[in-house]
Design a binder for this molecule. Structure first.
Ligand SMILES: [Zn+2]
Ligand SMILES: [Zn+2]
Length: 202
């Protein structure tokens, strides 16, 4: 243990961002249609009149499979590709809800472009944590954080730790990395991070 910490270069006490201190990311479904909204120049509210299911896209169900035909000598020749199967998927997009991104206006901007919350389109709510797509998050952190004159609701998360991290992040508070290496005689960084997250009132 002791030798490992000696050879490891400390990366600093706090995380500066990244996965360890991610932005709150609201999951939305975007409106897209090349016919009704060509080059993003459609009239305001075009999505209400679009008859082309603007909230869904057809995506390949898998890579197209080659089609083979057996020859007289027992070998096979490729004769084309199997008709590709497609599935209809909502246009999921995670939107940063943080004062550092468009002064905290990103969700509003998306709504002004027709994006909807999953619940508006009959889908379950999704966790607000970066890259987390858990449905029906149970932790409803309704606290409003004011940071740099922007108010942000902490949000809905599927674990308490996620809500705690988001709370600290929205306050602009550095968060302990929680790396295995320890600094000096005190608690390890993992313990510091644990204590820091446990102290947060959700
Ligand atoms: Zn359309
Ligand atoms: Zn989550």
């Amino acid at each position: 243990m002791a030798t490992a910490t000696k050879t490891k270069k400390p990366v600093g006490q706090f995380s500066t961002g990244g996965l360890n201190r991610p932005l709150k990311m609201v999951k939305m479904i975007q409106a897209r249609c090349n016919e009704c909204n060509p080059k993003g120049q459609g009239p305001r509210g075009w999505w209400d009149d679009c008859p082309h299911e603007p909230y869904f896209s057809m995506v390949p169900a898998g890579p197209p499979k080659p089609k083979f035909e057996e020859q007289e000598d027992g070998t096979f020749t490729q004769v084309g590709e199997e008709v590709g199967k497609y599935v209809k998927r909502p246009n999921w997009k995670q939107i940063a809800d943080d004062v550092k991104v468009s002064s905290g206006r990103m969700v509003k901007i998306q709504q002004e472009r027709g994006s909807k919350y999953p619940q508006e389109l009959g889908y379950p709510a999704i966790c607000d944590y970066f890259n987390c797509w858990e449905t029906n998050p149970k932790i409803h952190a309704q606290r409003v954080i004011t940071h740099e004159d922007v108010q942000t609701v902490v949000g809905n998360y599927h674990t308490r730790d996620e809500a705690a991290i988001a709370t600290l992040r929205l306050r602009g508070v550095p968060i302990y990395l929680g790396t295995a290496s320890s600094y000096g005689e005190g608690a390890s960084d993992i313990e510091r991070r644990r204590a820091q997250l446990d102290e947060v009132n959700i």
